[in-house]
Structure formats: structure tokens, C-alpha cells
Design a protein around this ligand. Structure first.
Ligand SMILES: [Zn+2]
Length: 214
């Protein structure tokens, strides 16, 4: 029996086996690198025309103007910022009109993507893929929600809070956002906004619990 030949072919088989193993790990390594790069790249913001908006959102856009709707596209959607209007008793429609009228009065730079009324009505007045003037340094990479309130405490009605939970939940599902991505205006600048959720952190946490409840 020629042992050398036999040993030789076993050796080639082993080498071939090692070759496949190396190739497998190399491909796995490349796959991991690609996944990592994709995860850190900014995700493109879907355009509003491509989105399937839920029925509870009333789209009533303000016109493009330098004071409340610059017409700039968001660079990303990395968060949702909650606000209160700070003007007790006003309706969602009143606040939408205020933003629209800034185009004429030019008295401030202000707007939000969404306004929720005391009655729970949800108005989108700046498109979901555009910058609104609401959250200072986070205007370019977040969506903003202004909430109406009946009095100075800034406490939202049950209807407002119910719509806020529904809208925030939908936005988090749509953009893959986590609990830490839902923030108050206060968390960006220290402004007492939304007042009730700043002064009552337990209510803020229970709002977040409701958004992320199964
Ligand atoms: Zn605010």
C-alpha cells in the first residue's frame, strides 16, 4: 500500500476544508462590516407622497414662507419632540392660523409639524418630511408636536393625550424610534415646555409607558 499517496490526498482534502472555512469567515466578516456601515449611515427620510398616512391625521398645510415653513427637507428623523402651545384655550385651528399668518406678520419664526387640539384633533401643518421651526437645534432631524391645553397648568385633556399617544406611537413605528428618542422641548433647551410634563415627570414617564406599551 502506498501510504504517501494516501496521506497526500488526505492532506489536500484538509487544505481544501481550511480554504472553505477561511472563505466562509471572510464573507461573514464582510457581511458584518456592511451591516455596521448601513447601521451608522443616516437613514433617508421617506417623502410624504410615499407615505401611507393614518386617517386620524388631518393634513392642512401652511404655505411655504420664511417664517414658518422654509420648505427644507429633514436630514433625518431621529426623534419626536413634544411641546405645549403655551396659549391656554386656543384650538388646533387657531394655532395653525397663527403659523400661517407669520408669513404676513413676520413677528417670529415658529411652527410645528403637528398640532393636537383640546378636542384631540390632529392637524399636520408642516409636511412630515420638512423642517418646522419648533425645536431649536433639533429642527433638522426631529418631528415636532404642539399640544393645546385648556388652562395655565398646561395639563392636556384626556382627548389630547389620547391623540398624542396614538400619533407618537405611529411615528415611532414608522421611523423605528426608541423610548429615548421621544423627548420634551425641555430636554433640548431647558425651556419649561411642555409645562405639565416638565413639572410632573411621573406623568411624562407614564405617557412614555403608554406609547411603548405592547
Ligand atoms: Zn416647545
Amino acid at each position: 500500500m502506498d501510504y504517501r499517496k494516501h496521506k497526500g490526498s488526505a492532506h489536500i482534502k484538509r487544505r481544501r476544508g481550511r480554504g472553505f472555512k477561511t472563505l466562509f469567515f471572510l464573507l461573514l466578516f464582510i457581511f458584518a462590516i456592511v451591516c455596521f456601515v448601513l447601521s451608522i449611515l443616516p437613514k433617508p427620510v421617506p417623502s410624504m407622497e410615499d407615505m401611507d398616512l393614518p386617517d386620524f391625521i388631518d393634513v392642512d398645510l401652511i404655505s411655504v414662507n420664511e417664517f414658518s415653513r422654509p420648505g427644507d427637507k429633514l436630514t433625518a428623523v431621529n426623534g419626536v419632540v413634544i411641546h405645549y402651545v403655551g396659549n391656554p384655550g386656543t384650538t388646533a385651528e387657531n394655532n395653525r392660523s397663527y403659523f400661517q399668518n407669520l408669513a404676513v406678520t413676520g413677528e417670529a419664526f415658529a411652527s410645528s409639524n403637528f398640532i393636537i387640539g383640546i378636542d384631540g384633533r390632529v392637524i399636520m401643518c408642516v409636511p412630515i418630511d420638512e423642517v418646522a421651526y419648533c425645536s431649536n437645534g433639533r429642527n433638522e432631524d426631529t418631528l415636532s408636536i404642539e399640544c393645546c391645553h385648556p388652562d395655565e397648568t398646561g395639563k392636556f385633556t384626556a382627548e389630547t393625550e389620547e391623540s398624542l399617544i396614538k400619533l407618537t406611537k405611529w411615528l415611532c413605528d414608522t421611523y423605528g424610534l426608541k423610548r429615548d428618542d421621544v423627548i420634551r422641548h425641555y430636554d433640548i433647551t431647558g425651556k419649561i415646555c411642555p409645562k405639565y410634563y416638565v413639572e410632573n415627570p411621573d406623568s411624562w414617564e407614564s405617557f412614555l409607558d403608554s406609547v411603548f406599551a405592547e
